[in-house]
Design a binder for this molecule. Structure first.
Ligand SMILES: [Zn+2]
Length: 334
């Protein structure tokens, strides 16, 4: 009996080895017969054969599905590229018309470049997303920024202006505040910067704020007073966004404590900004927190005391609110 069991097991093993060949129809006729004979009598091996068949069917189905998807994707892609090309062609018509008109009327090319730059700007947000294969929004943002700068440059040259740097730095700063988080999140960064994307965005925006101040300084041919006040006030104004960023990103503490710190920082910032600006510029424009007079009170006749009272109230309320948040955070922790 034991011998018989062993023999059966041995035969099953042989058959199971043969099953893949059998199902692919590549084993010899005698093996094929032996397998069929065995499957009729052995339900275990029959089940196994069934499973193998289903598995193969699944595999074939997955392959088919992937093929269909790839073909469909390719077809769609060809369609969008064609639409992109047609759009580019349509945009090209006014370029040619303006080229001829400018040459015929002005005997030179001048305003033509403004038309060209404008149409390139339009193409950057219509054609680029259609024809870019990967990372289309990154390419679109890049193309839009470059063509916007080109348009500003052509307008500046055409009008004989000297404002290009101011307009360029301002445009890049504005676009950066809006889009830098998305761009930095989607472009390949060196390994050491990969988990410092927030920091990269903050540094990038900060650099452009200073470049804008510099561009304005060059534009107005600013002297010591300009550079001194411009740089000091910009630096002062930047401490709050940097403080919020550092607290949110790097402080390892409860969210309530973080919120409390930010509320207090916001209050201090609001309360003392006027005083800092007065101190830096040397121009007293009122609104100092040190003019606050809570006892006799500010009135319409004593505007500086009224302003001071408002600032002092903001400071006290923010310290109170922030303090409550911090205490709540500390209590939650313990
Ligand atoms: Zn068997």
């Amino acid at each position: 009996m034991i011998v018989k069991m062993k023999e059966i097991k041995y035969e099953c093993e042989l058959i199971r080895d043969l099953l893949p060949l059998y199902q692919d129809g590549v084993c010899s006729q005698s093996s094929q017969k032996a397998v069929e004979e065995h499957l009729k009598n052995c339900c275990n091996c029959a089940q196994m054969a069934e499973r193998l068949k289903n598995y193969e069917v699944d595999e074939v189905l997955i392959k088919e599905k992937n093929n269909v998807l790839t073909t469909h994707e390719k077809k769609e892609r060809r369609k969008t590229v064609t639409i992109g090309m047609i759009t580019a062609g349509v945009l090209f018509v006014p370029v040619i018309v303006c080229l001829i008109c400018n040459l015929a009327i002005g005997h030179a090319l001048n305003w033509f470049f403004i038309v060209l730059a404008s149409l390139i700007l339009v193409a950057s947000i219509t054609v680029l997303p259609l024809v870019a294969e990967r990372k289309k929004w990154i390419w679109t943002i890049f193309g839009f920024t470059c063509s916007l700068l080109f348009l500003l440059l052509t307008c500046c040259i055409y009008t004989g202006g000297s404002w290009f740097l101011v307009a360029a730095a301002g445009s890049i700063l504005g676009l950066s505040v809006l889009l830098a988080p998305y761009v930095v999140g989607n472009i390949p960064l060196p390994r050491f910067l990969q988990n410092k994307k927030g920091l990269v965005v903050m540094i990038w925006d900060t650099v452009w704020i200073y470049l804008l101040i510099a561009a304005c300084g060059i534009f107005v041919k600013g002297e010591y007073f300009y550079w001194h006040t411009g740089l000091c006030i910009t630096t002062y104004c930047l401490w709050l966004p940097w403080f919020v960023f550092v607290v949110c990103r790097y402080f390892k503490m409860d969210k309530l404590i973080k919120s409390g710190l930010i509320v207090i920082a916001g209050g201090v910032y609001t309360a003392f900004t006027n005083d800092v600006i007065c101190k830096v510029t040397g121009i007293n424009q009122g609104g100092s927190i040190f003019d606050a007079d809570m006892i006799t009170g500010g009135t319409i006749d004593r505007l500086e005391a009224l302003n001071g009272n408002i600032l002092l109230t903001v400071l006290i309320l923010s310290v109170l609110a922030g303090g409550i948040l911090i205490l709540a955070g500390l209590k939650k922790k313990s």
